[in-house]
Design a protein around this ligand. Structure first.
Ligand code: URA
Length: 211
């Protein structure tokens, strides 16, 4: 069964409500996105592998848990993914970082890659792909397809808000990739925006929306 996790923690839900409000400033929106991403990362990384290592406390030696395996990779989908990336790095500062840039071809409406830069040794790594809005799912499908070709051990997808259409499209292509989101909204509108959503996440992060 494809996995969809909606993080219903009250702090996450409260912060998302503030972000949805149209009068929330870019400054507040960015801060809330970072805070919410910290909380979401806490849930998304819950199953990270643990190994027991011997350490010395001031009192005695003990076997204590540490995160096992190669460092986590967070891949940010440009440009809005950067807002979530900041939160992930606050909780997992040793994570490696990748970026993928895609634009929609106006003729074919298909995503075209214009930037791809990730750590060289992806084999055996666990990857979290981050993009605030899972809308049509087209760019998420393309991003994960590209990342899978590099041979990671696992891939997860983290979005702030998801549309049912995007979730269905994503899991049609990647049934093995769990989605983590703070909200599953109602639908997409005719322009491909999530309803009720929060508008254009990139514009709200960077303050680039037309007046
Ligand atoms: N991208 C956004 O930033 N917002 C949407 O609602 C859909 C796609």
């Amino acid at each position: 069964m494809p996995e969809l996790n909606v993080i219903d923690h009250p702090l996450v839900q409260h912060k998302l409500t503030l972000m949805r409000k149209k009068d929330t400033s870019s400054n507040a929106f960015r801060r809330l996105l970072r805070e919410i991403s910290v909380l979401m990362t806490y849930e998304v990384t819950r199953d990270m592998p643990i190994a027991m290592r011997e350490i010395e406390t001031p009192i005695c030696t003990m076997k204590a848990p540490v995160i096992d395996g190669k460092k986590l990779v967070c891949v940010s989908v440009l440009r809005a993914g950067g807002g979530i990336l900041e939160g992930v790095l606050e909780v997992v500062p040793s994570a490696r970082v990748g970026h993928i840039g895609l634009y929609r071809d106006p003729k074919t409406l298909q995503p075209v890659e214009y930037y791809f830069r990730i750590p060289p040794d992806m084999h055996d790594r666990d990857v979290i792909v981050v993009d605030p809005m899972l809308a049509t799912g087209n760019s998420a499908v393309a991003a994960v397809e590209r990342i899978k070709k590099t041979g990671p051990r696992t891939v997860k997808f983290m979005a702030l808000v998801a549309a049912p259409e995007g979730v269905a499209e994503f899991h049609k292509h990647h049934p093995d990739v769990a989605i983590w989101t703070a909200a599953l909204d109602e639908k997409l509108n005719e322009k491909g925006y999530i309803v009720p959503g929060l508008g254009d996440a990139g514009d709200r992060i960077f303050g680039t929306q037309a007046k």
